[in-house]
Unconditional design. Structure first.
Lengths: 347, 201
């Protein structure tokens, strides 16, 4: 409850974590740095202001959750692998992706900024701080082996990129909303954020994000935080059809102003039918197919649902069928990552 | 099958073809066997408060066999310790589609047999999935294993006619990670239970 007590308890728990066998070295570096900064914060004289310690404790608490998640050895490496590829298109800084499995229906992808905070507010810390930015991913535990159901993470990555570079804020410079109340301004900002994240996701998973929206809440109405699902899907469909429309131009202009890449198709839909019909993973050719397997997998599930699936899906338990399609997707991604690691080590 | 036949099967693109992915090194195909690597997902047996693993579902104290195992994952190249007298379920790194006219014997490579890990299992023609491997350390010392190491070898034997294996009615079909025993799903157990009840009355 009190920041000093919490920090001491968190340091104990982090020390315990770091003794976990097979602790990942990159994560270990961050854990040790956190322990060192906590030690400094609790012993330095004159002491830091209590409010600084309270804020720091909150940040350590969050880090602890994700660092712990990545050491339970249940991490969905395949989803992390896809996210790492997409993140590298937008952020040049080195990043460390950590994942926590959530018990709620909660996908998220957000920055962890303990080092920025320490550098700014705890300037008497004499040690070196890790250079990698921490990125926290949350995936519902029951989807840990359901990569197709995690396509929504690309939408969350869109929010992450937006917030990291203030993309939607910049849209208000070129497309201001004059004369509107604060409440309306906020609503428009929220909706612009959602549309941007949808378009961002569509750059990677194509129609997979429409399928995800349709599955999550197809009848969602317009609300202060989200546009109606129907409207969102129309915007995405327009983008995927290659149409030019004002909202898209608005985002492209903002991205250009910020010196960032354009919203454009970054995937190729792999022809998975031959492999999946024969219950084999698909050999993904490149990063474009890595992202594109999400659209291909959703489309494959749709084909099965409409009765056009291969022989092995007919008459079986639907959950088993969904599980196998997700497993084949997971293994396709994992095989790509294994080949990548193997080839890198041979260079 | 010998190497030339195995390579020829790997090149086929029909139901009699052999599909192994990822086949990271062509040298994995030997003169009479194909070397297979240790996968990255494990189910480690744990001691629970239940004194034994029951396989009769109608026993009121039955609990799913998966609860006697703890899942854990590793990355390629990471280590996994196999303790003496511990059952660990793992898989091959490779996903394998067997021809409909070949079955496979999966064995530990002799280097690992000499460490006290022995595996001998048979896989049906037409199988699809990562081979399930049941690791057991028969020695006195814990053994450090490396994910991706060539631990196993597969020997292929041709049968006279092709079989129609597969479908969701198979217990272990399209697996990409270790699956706990589904012994409790055997239909015979219900009949055996009925016989036992009859004998009691």
């Amino acid at each position: 409850m009190h920041p000093r007590t919490d920090l001491a308890l968190l340091a104990e728990s982090l020390a315990h974590l770091s003794k976990t066998p097979y602790f990942n070295r990159a994560i270990e570096k961050h854990t040790h740095s956190l322990i060192e900064v906590i030690r400094h914060a609790l012993t330095v004289s004159p002491p830091y202001d209590e409010e600084i310690l309270r804020s720091f404790a909150d940040k350590v608490w969050t880090c602890h959750r994700y660092l712990q998640g990545s050491t339970t050895k249940e991490a969905p490496y395949e989803i992390e692998y896809c996210m790492r590829h997409a993140i590298s298109d937008w952020l040049t800084d080195p990043c460390l992706v950590t994942t926590a499995l959530t018990d709620e229906k909660d996908f998220h992808l957000k920055p962890g900024d303990p080092w920025e905070f320490v550098a700014k507010t705890m300037d008497r810390y004499p040690g070196a701080l890790p250079k990698e930015k921490l990125i926290f991913i949350g995936v519902p535990r029951i989807y840990k082996h359901m990569p197709l159901f995690c396509a929504a993470l690309y939408h969350e990555l869109g929010h992450f990129v937006d917030l990291a570079r203030n993309v939607t804020d910049v849209t208000f410079l070129t497309h201001p909303v004059n004369g509107a109340s604060d409440k309306v301004q906020e609503l428009i900002q929220n909706h612009r954020r959602e549309h941007f994240a949808d378009l961002f996701a569509a750059c990677y998973v194509g129609s997979g994000i429409i399928d995800s929206l349709d599955a999550i809440n197809p009848l969602a109405e317009h609300s202060p935080t989200h546009p109606a699902t129907k409207t969102r899907i129309e915007v995405i469909q327009g983008f995927l059809a290659g149409e030019g429309f004002d909202e898209l131009t608005m985002y492209q202009n903002a991205l250009q102003k910020l010196g960032m890449p354009r919203l454009e198709k970054r995937y190729t839909v792999p022809a998975i039918e031959t492999s999946f019909d024969d219950i084999r993973p698909h050999n993904l050719a490149d990063a474009a197919e890595l992202h594109g397997i999400m659209a291909a997998g959703w489309s494959y599930l749709g084909r099965i649902k409409s009765g056009g699936g291969p022989k092995w899906t007919v008459g079986g338990n639907q959950l088993d069928v969904i599980r196998i399609v997700n497993d084949l997707t997971e293994k396709s991604i994992r095989n790509a990552s294994i080949r990548h690691l193997w080839d890198e080590a041979n260079r | 099958m010998i190497k030339a036949e195995i390579l020829e099967r790997l090149a086929r693109d029909d139901a009699t073809g052999l599909w192994i992915e990822p086949l990271l090194d062509e040298k994995q195909v030997g003169e009479v066997t194909v070397d297979l690597r240790l996968g990255y997902d494990f189910l480690v047996s744990i001691v629970t408060r239940r004194p034994y693993i029951g396989i009769a579902r109608d026993d009121e104290r039955f609990r799913p066999i998966s609860t006697y195992f703890q899942p854990t994952r590793r990355e390629l190249g990471e280590r996994f310790i196999l303790y003496p007298d511990q059952v660990v379920l793992a898989t091959t790194l490779e996903y394998i589609a067997l021809p409909i006219d070949c079955y496979a014997d999966v064995l530990t490579r002799s280097s690992y047999t000499r460490l006290g890990i022995a595996l001998s299992t048979m896989v049906q023609p037409g199988f699809r999935g990562c081979f399930s491997v049941e690791l057991f350390n028969h020695g006195n010392n814990p053994i450090e294993l490396v994910v991706g190491a060539k631990m196993f070898q597969m020997r292929l034997t041709k049968v006279a006619d092709g079989l129609n294996y597969g479908g969701l009615d198979r217990k272990y079909f399209g697996n990409v990670r270790p699956t706990p025993s589904r012994a409790a799903d055997d239909d015979d157990l219900l009949r055996l239970r009925a016989i036992s009840e009859q004998q009691k009355n």
